[in-house]
Design a protein around this ligand. Structure first.
Ligand SMILES: NC(=O)CC[C@H](N)C(=O)O
Length: 729
């Protein structure tokens, strides 16, 4: 009998929910481990507090002296909470978070005078030994010149006994080495561009903040069971495994109550989130068995991205206490729903207006339409770049499969707003008559809040859907750091708003138009130019693939194809113009992503080869031997007659041999393709070889293994099965 699988099953079925009780109500706990306004007021001098506030609100630099004062306050606060270490917490291009802890504890040169020390220098800058973080050739490994620098816009927090200081990670030569720097640059670009456009409608607007509310989907699998699967442990997904007879067909998990163990985990997790100031609000079961979702209240984008990265780390740690393993992979199980991280995005002014929310007056609705239509136009013009921003080896499995949006980027706006756009499309070219303007304001623009009240339609098949007061970018993968998608989205909309302003100004200055006329004229043209991106139908259907191709929309099914858009002239110009990436940075990131893709497929190929040959084949042979023994026995007893009696067994023996042969040939062929691919020196070509030559063998090998799983005696099958992974609660 296969020991590991059955031991794991035994362990998992003996589990009881871990005892957990909330220590206080959420509102009392919220942010207690965050160096937020409340803590700063208590621990900082008024000058230091003002310094931090100015840095957050206006990007003002904090000088060294002030940094010393802030550090002093931060240290006192942290020590009072039992903290012993501090770390610069950053997000290198690995997609996860990194940290190197240092103790506050220090001594004088001769070892006397032990003290707790932490000054402005330690707060502001550190040089981690970061030579092995991906940098795409920006730095040589032998000169690990990268440093981390404090990002005061995301507050420091305590996790365990460590004070974590959110930082950017930057090369000595100034290039960004992380996910945060480009994001901050994009956020500042959209702030500037959107504020300018807002001034057409309200002169008091001084700042526009991009907001983000992510939804994190994940699978929760019993730790013992997850650990019993080498593929899950090494790659985050199952590379083989026959579909369970029961999957998500009955929707009984989706619409059922949350299983007790999972719920206890969620409560514990939510408490941690409260302490860390992550405003989680929603929890529920997701479509596939053992799949769940968690969502917070939206926040400023930089903070929201930090919170999501932190959350993913915390989720895994809390899961340990509950004997779970969290799977963030976009497609851990074939044949059932995968996991996304839908990014709900909007823009908010410092005067308290959500720019993507229609309101009561025609004027503010014209503002809404301006931002709404500009966003559509941005997605229309940069659909390939947006697709590239969510491209990863793991998300490739999800896009277009089992209730996940397709790889084609399109925008859903609902029937009502489609009607509004249709009406705006026919406004007069040039100056509008007073009657037309009044009519537009009263009957089209002015009616938007009412139409939206009835606009309850949602389209879950759309990768980019308007949902009443925000856009939901649904194509983002559950395992991704949101910053890639958010940097791109905010950048393309920023660029679009800059162009819009220029075009409106041009009409005002050179065509003698009034502001409103100019705005209507430009918007009308944008609507006409953005038709191809709008799609209201079923994004999962084959008909849409055909229609999208006719419209000239891209449909990149794999990462190597999709990410080329990151180094297109259009993208390089955009990033350069907005100061988000220079060409070196953009090229470096593209290389890093290609390399990451190649490595992921390489690892999967190796793990699959290993499991197929070292687990599946020996198990199959053992079972085949049992059958052979059985046939021999039957022959002994029945003589010639055995041929009829042992017919089924003989067929089975042959089938098993066929699959064994299939596995061996395919694994060998795959290994050869890998060797060939490894010879390639061009990163794009290598990734393509892994994608088009190596990866296709995965399905073949898997098919043979999965067939064997159905043939071989359950008792001797070593790999924990889909039904066990998905239905053990
Ligand atoms: N219910 C849903 O919205 C399913 C979403 C799906 N899990 C995705 O990958 O995006």
């Amino acid at each position: 009998m296969s020991t590991l699988r059955f031991q794991a099953l035994q362990e998992a079925s003996n589990r009881k929910p871990v005892h957990f009780e909330e220590i206080d109500r959420k509102s009392n706990l919220f942010g207690s481990n965050v160096f937020n306004e409340k803590a700063m007021k208590q621990y900082l001098t008024s000058d230091a507090l003002k310094g931090v506030r100015d840095a957050i609100q206006h990007g003002t630099k904090i000088d060294r002296k002030l940094a010393d004062y802030i550090a002093m306050g931060m240290k006192e606060w942290a020590l009072a909470k039992g903290v012993t270490h501090y770390t610069h917490w950053f997000q290198p291009l690995t997609g996860t978070t990194a940290e190197k802890h240092d103790a506050f504890f220090d001594t004088s040169y001769d070892g006397s005078d032990p003290v707790e020390k932490f000054g402005g220098a330690q707060l502001v800058q550190q040089e981690p030994d970061a030579s092995s973080f991906p940098n795409g050739g920006i730095r040589n490994t032998f000169e690990a010149r990268g440093y981390t620098a404090w990002d005061p816009t995301s507050p420091a927090f305590i996790y365990g006994t460590t004070l974590c200081i959110p930082t950017v990670f930057i090369a000595y030569t100034g290039e960004a080495l992380d996910n945060k720097i480009p994001l901050l640059r994009a956020l500042s670009a959209i702030d500037e561009a959107a504020t300018e456009v807002c001034k057409y409608f309200d002169k008091n607007v001084k700042k526009v903040t991009a907001t983000l509310g992510w939804e994190q989907e994940y699978f929760l699998i019993d730790k013992a069971l997850a650990n019993s699967r080498p593929d899950l442990m090494m790659t985050g997904r199952t590379l083989l495994g026959h579909t369970s007879a029961k999957g998500q067909q009955l929707d009984d998990h989706y619409f059922g109550s949350i299983p007790t163990r999972a719920l206890t985990y969620m409560r514990d997790l939510e408490q941690e989130c409260m302490l860390l100031g992550i405003p989680v609000k929603t929890r529920h079961n997701e479509v596939a068995p053992n799949q769940f979702e968690l969502a917070p209240i939206f926040e400023e984008t930089n903070l929201a991205v930090d919170h999501n990265s932190l959350l993913m780390d915390v989720m895994q740690r809390v899961a340990e206490r509950h004997d779970f393993k969290v799977l963030f992979h976009e497609k851990p199980f074939k044949g059932v729903n995968g996991s996304g991280k839908h990014n709900n995005w909007s823009l908010a002014t410092d005067t308290g207006v959500n720019l993507l929310s229609p309101s009561k007056t025609p004027m503010s609705n014209l503002q809404f339409l301006t931002f709404f239509i500009n966003t559509i136009k941005a997605v229309n013009d940069y659909e390939t770049l947006l697709r590239a921003s969510i491209a990863t080896a793991s998300n490739d499995h999800r896009l277009g499969a089992n209730e996940a949006p397709p790889a084609i980027i399109s925008v859903f706006i609902g029937a009502q707003l489609s009607k509004v756009l249709l009406e705006l499309e026919s406004v007069t070219t040039g100056k509008l008559s007073p009657e037309e303007k009044t009519d537009l304001k009263l009957n089209v623009v002015g009616k938007i809040p009412d139409v939206l009240l009835d606009n309850t339609d949602r389209n879950r098949t759309s990768p980019f859907a308007f949902t009443g007061n925000k856009f939901e970018f649904r194509a983002v993968g559950s395992n991704s750091n949101c910053s890639n998608a958010m940097t791109t989205l905010n950048a393309i909309v920023a660029k679009q708003l800059i162009d819009f302003k220029n075009e409106v100004e041009n009409l005002i200055e050179n065509k003698d138009m009034k502001k409103d006329d100019a705005i209507f004229n430009v918007l009308r043209e944008y609507i006409k130019q953005s038709k191809k991106i709008l799609f209201e139908g079923d994004g999962y259907s084959d008909a849409w693939e055909k229609e999208a191709a006719k419209r000239g929309l891209s449909n990149f099914k794999t990462t190597p194809e999709a990410i080329k858009a990151k180094v297109s002239k259009q993208a390089l110009d955009l990033f350069e113009e907005l100061g988000i990436f220079n060409h070196v940075e953009a090229e470096a990131r593209y290389e890093i992503e290609l390399e990451e893709y190649t490595k992921k497929i390489q690892i999967e190929g190796r793990v699959l080869g290993d499991i197929a040959r070292n687990h599946v084949i020996p198990t199959a042979i053992r079972y085949q031997n049992t059958l052979i023994e059985n046939v021999k026995g039957l022959k002994e007893i029945f003589g010639k007659e055995f041929e009829t009696i042992a017919k089924e067994q003989i067929t089975l023996i042959k089938e098993i041999s066929g699959h064994i042969e299939g596995i061996n040939t395919k694994v060998l062929a795959m290994t050869n393709e890998r060797k060939k691919a490894n010879q390639l020196t061009d990163a794009q070509k290598m990734a393509e070889a892994y994608c088009n030559k190596v990866k296709p063998y995965f399905e073949d090998i898997r098919n043979h293994c999965d067939k064997l799983e159905l043939l071989v005696d359950d008792e001797s099958w070593t790999l924990t099965k889909y039904r066990e992974l998905l239905f053990t609660k």
